[in-house]
Ligand binder design. Structure first.
Ligand code: NDP
Length: 612
């Protein structure tokens, strides 16, 4: 039987027409317009850190081995692996007030990771830690990342509440020179960008939103001062407040149940419904840890990744919506002798079965048929990031929750709240669960500062027509610079981002170990650059493996996955190593072999006497 139970009443033309109609209702001009929060003075307060008080400090002048920008999963793991390689002086710089990256900022009520905790939380074996639940709360993840940082002593030298203002390669000094918005002046032998993929909040540009007279904030800066409570605890100050929640993506659906439990009323403004599958969270079984053999976490991550890449495994250890549905639609069965057309049709039918299952789930859980109709997702499963939750849909049965259908967005916001179809919704508080400039936002924009390499060329200039790299982690003209691998950057994509971060960190740690060894042998410091031939060859591999899926993706409801309705704008240079989501295992093998060989193939290496 197919996932989804096998469609019985499947009429492909009717389904396609319905999906297209739903897409067209949403493909309206201006739907993707956003306010650039880095420049927007009116909404500058949306960036303030509500969690850690800002404290003054003297500017720092220092010369260190490595500066890492970003103290999230990527930065912490890079720091940990660099420590293992013997690197002593490491400074993490982050705009946040502490470790955690996305898990530092996203402390909204209900925040959880819907990727299984046993594969998502890194270094569980090294820290001898077992997550409390199958899916971890944001707070547990943040504290765990803090524990990793503590284990590798990354905290004391970190510069928090600090933004990098600029980074430039100093040829004479054979170092990067980093300036910050707090007047720091740092130099380092290696510069590591671990800036994350969800670090730029997306705030829509809705007419009149600056006139709103109540309290408003983005979900990544939750204002517990206003709502009361804390992550994982009831929102004690909302009993007499009407809340408007904008956004029903992975964040919005997690926010709703605690809001519904606390507020006088919640209006949920929904542009596109998410496909919300079963999460089935549960406590970790008491004997979970006892059953594990050394190496279990990497093996479990690999098992998850293998299933996600459509490879056969003896047992699906994760066994959840990702491995059942997401993996299935990305790898429909291809039997011998099947034509391409048959294969594509089979994939479409499989997808339909899964979406029908989601639509039936809405019907079963939501009592009001009108609300249920609006909550049913009509698009292909692969069009949007899937969601998983056990309480979201049921929240619409609460009398204090009203779903407001606004497929084309809201008309405007007034001083009282949003206006949809001419109706004013009076609210005390507006929560923007409107997401982030994600995956395909170019690295140089996510980094937020000029990265100036040899000859005064910036990374933004060099990558203006798309990425150019070796392994998605180094780029010619930017000596001694490493970039943690990420989507849109000539590496691979993993649903469990941690798995890619582990790989990137191990590579960077290993590479710095090799490079430093060469420096020590030559009594100096190593300067590496990517050779023109190696970069050309890698970039060409990426371009050659690009699969143009714009035909399928153009039929999707707009989302960031299909570039808001313009999948044809996908740049093959920003693709992956290997087709589709990329060949994770092949990529890993290649990096491991590179490290094992020890000859740093593809790099031009010079050992310089260390200038005073
Ligand atoms: P998303 O981009 O997924 O969702 C944003 C929501 O805001 C969508 O519902 C969108 O509607 C809506 N929206 C945007 N602009 C407007 C507007 N002008 N008017 C009305 N509605 C609007 O952001 P999330 O923060 O939900 O998730 C971002 C990413 O963060 C996820 O994809 C995931 O990678 C990560 N995440 C992971 C979690 C996990 O459990 N692992 C949990 C939470 C987040 P529309 O769909 O129509 O565009």
């Amino acid at each position: 039987m197919q996932p989804g139970g096998g469609p019985t009443d499947y009429d492909p033309d009717a389904v396609r027409a319905r999906y297209r109609a739903e897409r067209d209702r949403r493909l309206v001009p201006g739907r993707a317009d956003i306010r650039d929060l880095r420049r927007d003075e009116q909404f500058a307060r949306f960036r303030d850190d509500p969690f850690t008080p800002f404290s003054e400090r003297e500017p720092v002048r220092d010369d260190v081995d490595v500066v890492i920008v970003g103290g999230g999963i990527a930065g912490v793991l890079a720091g940990a692996e660099l420590r293992k390689a013997g690197v002593e002086r490491i400074r993490i710089i982050d705009q946040a007030g502490g470790i955690g990256g996305t898990w530092y900022w996203n402390r909204y009520p209900g925040v959880m990771c819907d990727v299984e905790s046993y594969v998502y939380l890194p270094m569980l074996e090294e820290l001898d830690y077992v997550p409390k639940h199958r899916y971890a709360s944001g707070e547990e993840i943040r504290l765990h990342l803090q524990a990793v940082a503590d284990r590798f002593d990354l905290g004391p030298d970190a510069l928090f509440h600090t933004g990098v203002a600029g980074a430039a390669w100093d040829e004479r000094g054979a170092r990067w020179r980093i300036s910050t918005d707090r007047g720091d002046d740092l130099t380092c032998r290696y510069y590591v960008l671990a800036v994350g993929i969800l670090n730029l909040m997306k705030l829509p540009a809705i007419a009149g939103m600056e006139d709103f007279g109540g309290c408003s904030f983005h979900s990544a800066r939750w204002d517990y001062g206003y709502t009361g409570g804390a992550p994982g605890r009831p929102l004690t100050a909302l009993g007499d407040k009407v809340v408007g929640l904008i956004g029903t993506g992975a964040t919005g659906i997690q926010c709703l149940p605690p809001l519904a439990a606390a507020a006088k009323h919640v209006y949920v403004f929904q542009r596109t419904p998410s496909a919300v599958g079963v999460r089935a969270n549960r406590d970790t079984e008491p004997d979970f840890a006892r059953r594990l053999a050394p190496g279990w976490q990497q093996a479990r991550m690999d098992n998850f990744q293998a299933v996600m890449l459509g490879k056969s495994v003896d047992e699906d250890l994760t066994d959840d919506g990702w491995t059942h549905h997401y993996a299935a639609v990305h790898h429909p069965p291809r039997h011998e002798g099947m034509t391409l057309e048959e294969y594509l049709r089979g994939g479409e039918e499989l997808d339909y079965g899964i979406m029908e299952e989601h639509r039936r789930r809405v019907e079963e859980l939501v009592r009001d048929p009108e609300a249920a109709a609006v909550l049913k997702p009509y698009y292909r499963y692969l069009c949007k990031r899937p969601c998983f939750h056990d309480e979201y849909l049921q929240a619409f049965n609460n009398p204090n929750v009203t779903l407001v259908d606004c497929p084309a967005g809201m008309e405007r916001v007034t001083d009282h709240g949003p206006v949809v179809d001419g109706r004013q919704y009076d609210v005390d508080c507006l929560v923007y669960g409107t997401g982030f400039e994600a995956e395909l936002t170019p690295l140089f924009r996510r980094a937020g500062h000029d990265i100036v390499g040899r000859g005064g060329v910036t990374l933004a200039d060099k990558w203006s027509d798309g990425a150019a790299s070796l392994f998605g982690m180094m780029s010619r003209g930017f000596p001694n610079l490493f970039v943690m691998p990420a989507p849109g950057q000539q590496a691979v994509v993993t649903v469990n981002y941690t798995q890619l971060a582990v790989l990137g960190a191990q590579y960077i740690g290993g590479a710095v170990g090799l490079l430093d060894e060469k420096g020590a042998q030559g009594n100096g410091v190593t300067v590496f650059d990517v050779s023109a031939a190696a970069e050309q060859e890698w970039s060409q591999k990426i371009i050659d493996s690009f699969v143009d899926a714009s035909g399928v993706m153009a039929a999707c409801t707009p989302s960031r996955i299909n570039l808001e309705g313009h999948p044809e704008a996908m740049n093959p240079r920003n693709g992956n190593y290997g087709r589709g989501l990329g060949d994770y295992f092949g990529y890993r093998r290649l990096l491991e072999e590179w490290l094992d060989a020890g000859d740093c193939e593809g790099l031009e290496i010079v050992v310089r006497s260390d200038p005073p």
